[in-house]
Write a protein that binds this ligand. Structure first.
Ligand code: SF4
Ligand code: SF4
Length: 292
C-alpha cells in the first residue's frame, strides 16, 4: 500500500505575488496561451517570469497518453491550431522573454508527432524575437517512422536546446509511463545530438515515485552514455489524490549527492533539488553550460 506522507518543510513554498507576474498573466490571457508555469501552479513562477523565462504548452491540452504522475487531460486531441505559432511568437515578444521553453502533450495521433508545429513555433519566435533563446521539451516521437520524420523536420530549424525528459528509472516505466519506452527516449536524445553536435541536449528525472538511489544513478549513467549534456532532478509532487502516490520525499542532502554524482559523470550542468523542474533556471543552466 502506498504511504501517505507529510510534506517536509523544504517542500512548502511561498505563494508569489506582485505586479510583474500579474502583468505577464494578463498578456497571456489576451492571447489565450497556456503556460505550464500557471497550469502546474509551479512554485518558481515569480522567479522565472521575473527573469524573462516561461514555459509554453503548444498543440493543445489533451494528451494521447496517460502517465500516472501527470495532470494533463487524456483523450482525443484537436488538430493543431495553425495560428498558434504566430500567437505564441507575439506573446513571447510582448512579454519580452529572453528564454522560452516550448513543450507539448504527446500527439500519437499525428504522423510527425507534432514536430512540424514545434518547428513552426521556433521559426516564428525567431522572426519576432531574434535574440530570444528557445528550448524545446518534446515528446518521444514514438511510433513507426515517427522519430525519423521528427528528426528530419527538427533539422530544418533546430532549437537552442533540445530537452526530452526520461522522467523515471526503467523499472518503473510499465507502471508510471505506459505507452513510453525507456530505450526509445535515450535513442531520441542520442540521435538528436549526433545530428546537431552544437545544440545542447537535456533531460530530467523525477524522484519520489518509488526508485532507489542506485537506480537513479544508473539512469544518470545512461543519459551520459547517450551524450546528454544537462540534467534536471526534482521531487515529484502528487497533483491530485488520483495520481501516483509520493513514495518518498528525497532530502536536500540526497539531491546534493546526485548533483555531485552528475557532475562527476561529466554533465555540463546539473540542477538537482526538491523544487527543481524541467525548465527551472533553464536560462542559467544553458548559459553556465556554455550552450547559448
Ligand atoms: Fe515555468 Fe518552468 Fe519556471 Fe516553473 S520552473 S515557472 S514551469 S519556467
Ligand atoms: Fe503527461 Fe506527457 Fe505523459 Fe502526456 S505524455 S500524460 S503530457 S507526461
Amino acid at each position: 500500500d502506498a504511504p501517505v506522507l507529510r510534506k517536509p518543510s523544504w517542500i512548502r513554498v511561498r505563494i508569489p505575488s506582485g505586479n510583474a507576474v500579474a502583468n505577464l498573466k494578463a498578456k497571456l490571457r489576451e492571447n489565450r496561451l497556456v503556460t505550464v508555469c500557471e497550469e502546474a501552479s509551479c512554485p518558481n513562477i515569480h522567479e522565472c517570469f521575473g527573469h524573462g523565462t516561461a514555459t509554453f504548452m503548444i498543440l493543445g491540452e489533451v494528451c494521447t497518453r496517460r502517465c500516472s504522475f501527470c495532470d494533463v487531460a487524456h483523450g482525443r486531441p484537436k488538430p493543431p491550431d495553425a495560428e498558434e505559432p504566430f500567437k505564441l511568437a507575439q506573446t513571447v515578444a510582448d512579454m519580452g522573454l529572453r528564454y522560452v521553453v516550448v513543450t507539448s502533450v504527446d500527439r500519437d495521433d499525428l504522423r510527425d508527432g507534432g514536430a512540424q508545429h514545434f518547428v513552426d513555433c521556433i521559426r516564428e519566435i525567431r522572426t519576432h524575437s531574434p535574440r530570444t533563446k528557445i528550448e524545446v521539451l518534446t515528446p518521444d516521437f514514438r511510433g513507426k517512422g515517427r522519430m525519423d520524420r521528427a528528426l528530419e523536420i527538427l533539422a530544418t530549424n533546430p532549437p537552442d536546446v533540445f530537452n526530452h525528459n526520461i522522467e523515471t528509472v526503467p523499472d518503473l516505466y510499465p507502471n508510471v509511463r505506459p505507452g513510453a519506452d525507456y530505450q526509445w527516449s535515450l535513442t531520441l536524445l542520442k540521435r538528436f545530438k549526433a545530428q546537431h553536435p552544437d545544440v545542447g541536449t537535456k533531460s530530467g528525472v523525477m524522484l519520489g515515485l518509488g526508485e532507489t538511489m542506485e537506480q537513479v544513478e544508473n539512469t544518470l549513467r545512461d543519459l551520459r552514455a547517450h551524450d546528454v549534456d544537462m540534467v534536471t532532478i526534482g521531487q515529484y509532487l502528487q497533483p491530485t489524490p488520483h495520481h501516483h502516490p509520493v513514495m518518498k520525499y528525497w532530502t536536500p542532502d540526497e539531491f546534493k549527492q546526485l548533483e555531485e554524482f552528475g557532475y562527476a559523470l561529466g554533465f555540463t550542468h546539473v540542477a538537482s533539488g526538491p523544487l527543481v523542474r524541467s525548465s527551472y533556471h533553464a536560462d542559467r543552466s544553458a548559459a553556465e553550460a556554455g550552450l547559448v
